[in-house]
Ligand binder design. Structure first.
Ligand code: ADP
Ligand code: ZN
Length: 604
């Protein structure tokens, strides 16, 4: 298997769990594979498929992705093909004939194909060696992406009871997991769960102050790299994209309200490295398998922690660093509330509220973001300090917050525990808001006693006091602040408290001075050569009508720019270079590297 891995994919070692999963399949057993995005699920069926003598069938709901996946396999010299609605009848018949004749080893199909008479006929004529069900959570109504066509898979299983079946997903909740097993009748399957930690991703939550300037600065740092900016509304994506263009950043909007043609074109441009920034609603992403997205921005608050994990998961699939930045404002939460209130099913509404509250808690808490995410998936974080989130990277000084806490708790009590944080803060700061003036809040003893802190700092203190359970948020629709039993006790006993020092509101720095981020963790390679190779890759990809990453991923190019291969032997040692890629692209890249080094030494 290691030989096949090197020859076809150019990799030296298995990733965690891959070897066990492959062994299980070759042993004839079923398996349920839970791995995060970028974990290397595909290899778990592609490698056995290469080894097995006969046809392997891969079910995938993402029609837009099939071609890229098949292109990538073919670039590695693997006989793969796909059938979906983008092909005409003649093309499909041709592929099915090839498959019957043994000229196709891996066949990708969409689930709806299984119910067509011609495909059923095809299946009854052949013997399947392996069935792989990608995005297996689509069979569950508990998941976020239920596809009725996935129910066809029960029949497929019944038709091939002895064929080893592999169900794979990056959706981890226990409920979905159990549902997949039940729905597919995978009761003898072994379950492989790998960690959902994405160590190469950095999670940053930022206050939404001067957010547009901060975003421009961030994107300028990532100029030349692929980035996705998620927004709440369709209109928001268009406005923000226009604004970014005015700032000299080349960005396109994407949302479900755009023409199918326009959407397709934007997606293509993104995949082909022609547009680096897409400003999108969450409609963008499911069909995107781009390995080198370096930055994911949530410009508005996501709807659920699970959604946030999925969306940020699209960064750094190739294992190189990725950054995920969320701009948090409580006002965004209120925007979501507006839509939640309009949901008709009370159960759905309650679920949506709870999920939204979890996101708010995530943003307002002072605990490691990674740990919070992992705990959400019932996983115990390995360390307290992950070194890769804003909380761990910018540890905060603890201050004596006794006086500030007394002020907040008193204000909440004076307001009879009937107002939300925004109003409490207005009263503390002596802001003349209309609601307060009408109710005579300006004559309360607590009015204006907290003018020394900004509203933003007060919000953080209130968040911290809620986490410490001295304050509590009550009510679903418009939560009001209340003082807990512990809070009353704290006041009465005149206790003291230390809290993390609130951050002052940030002033965005001048965008122009932002340095560009060099790609990669260790950074020990020739950046200029990397750019040369990137341009070469783009040219070769365009000539062949495939996305650039099908030729080589960034990791491979970086490896070349670090080790400067001169011979075929050198080139074989490059990450991601197997026999086929050596033959097809070795000479071209070796020559480009030689030209570059020659011109460099001529210059000096
Ligand atoms: P998933 O489907 O789990 O999101 P993929 O199968 O797309 O992940 O794999 C993510 C990336 O990791 C791909 O570029 C893939 O080629 C690469 N990869 C997979 N297995 C290995 C391995 N053993 N060694 C190095 N790279 C690997
Ligand atoms: Zn952390």
């Amino acid at each position: 298997m290691l030989n096949l891995l090197k020859t076809h994919f150019g990799y030296e070692n298995f990733r965690p769990m891959q070897a066990e999963i492959i062994a299980r399949v070759l042993d004839g057993g079923d398996a349920l594979v839970l791995m995060p995005t970028g974990g290397g699920k595909s290899l778990c069926y592609q490698l056995p498929a290469l080894h097995l003598d006969g046809l392997s069938l891969v079910i995938s709901p993402l029609i837009a992705l099939m071609k890229d996946q098949v292109d990538a396999l073919q670039a590695n010299g693997i006989a793969a093909a796909f059938i979906n609605s983008s092909l005409d009848g003649g093309e499909i018949a041709g592929i099915l004939n090839d498959a019957k004749a043994g000229a196709v080893k891996i066949l990708y199909v969409a689930p709806e194909r299984l119910s067509t008479p011609s495909f059923s006929k095809f299946l009854s004529d052949i013997d399947l060696k392996l069935i792989a069900i990608d995005e297996a959570h689509c069979i569950s109504e508990w998941g976020h992406d239920f596809r009725p066509d996935y129910r066809n898979l029960k029949r497929l299983r019944a038709a091939f009871p002895k064929t080893p079946t592999l169900a794979l997903t990056a959706t981890a909740t226990a409920k979905v997991r159990e549902d997949i097993i039940r729905q597919l009748g995978l009761d003898k399957a072994r379950t492989f769960i790998s960690s959902f930690d994405r160590p190469n991703l950095k999670y940053i939550v930022r206050p939404k102050h001067n957010a547009r300037t901060a975003l421009v600065e961030l994107l300028k740092r990532y100029r030349g790299e692929s980035a996705i900016v998620y927004c709440f509304s369709r209109k928001g994506t268009e406005e923000l994209a226009a604004r970014l263009n005015r700032e000299g950043l080349d960005a396109l909007p994407y949302h479900a309200g755009l023409d199918a043609e326009v959407r397709k074109e934007t997606q293509e441009k993104f995949i082909r490295d022609e547009t680096r920034v897409v400003v999108a609603t969450i409609a963008f992403g499911m069909g995107i398998d781009k390995p080198d997205v370096r930055l994911i921005v949530h410009y508005n608050l996501p709807k659920s922690v699970e959604g946030y994990y999925q969306e940020t998961g699209r960064a750094g699939r190739d294992g190189l660093p990725g950054e995920c930045v969320l701009f948090y404002s409580y006002g965004d939460k209120v925007k979501h509330d507006f839509f939640i209130e309009r949901l008709e099913d009370p159960e759905e509404q309650a679920r949506a509220r709870q999920k939204l509250q979890q996101v708010v808690d995530f943003c307002e808490s002072f605990t490691c973001r990674r740990a919070t995410l992992l705990e959400y998936f019932d996983e115990k974080p390995a360390r307290d300090d992950c070194g890769g989130c804003d909380v761990c990277l910018e540890p905060r000084e603890e201050i004596d917050a006794t006086e500030a806490t007394q002020k907040v708790l008193s204000a909440v009590l004076r307001l009879n525990e009937r107002f939300g944080a925004a109003h409490v803060i207005d009263v503390l700061r002596g802001s003349e808001n209309k609601k307060g003036l009408e109710r005579g809040h300006d004559s309360l003893s607590v009015y204006g006693i907290g003018a020394e802190l900004s509203a933003y700092e007060w919000r953080q203190l209130i968040g911290a006091l809620t986490a410490r359970e001295l304050l509590e948020k009550r009510g679903d629709e418009y939560p009001v602040l209340g003082v807990s039993v512990a809070g009353r006790h704290w006041l009465k006993e005149r206790m003291t408290i230390t809290l993390p020092k609130p951050r002052p509101p940030v002033k965005a720095r001048a965008a122009a001075k932002a340095p560009r981020i060099p790609l990669g963790g260790d950074g020990d390679y020739d950046y200029a050569l990397f750019e040369v190779l990137r341009a070469l890759r783009k040219r070769l990809a365009d000539e062949r009508g495939v996305p650039p990453f099908v030729i080589f991923g960034d990791v491979s190019l970086r490896d070349m720019a670090a080790s400067l291969p001169k011979t075929d032997d050198d080139f074989t040692n490059i990450y991601g270079v197997g026999a086929e890629k050596l033959k097809r692209f070795g000479p071209i890249f070796i020559e480009a590297i030689a030209d570059y080094t020659a011109s460099e030494s001529a210059d000096s």
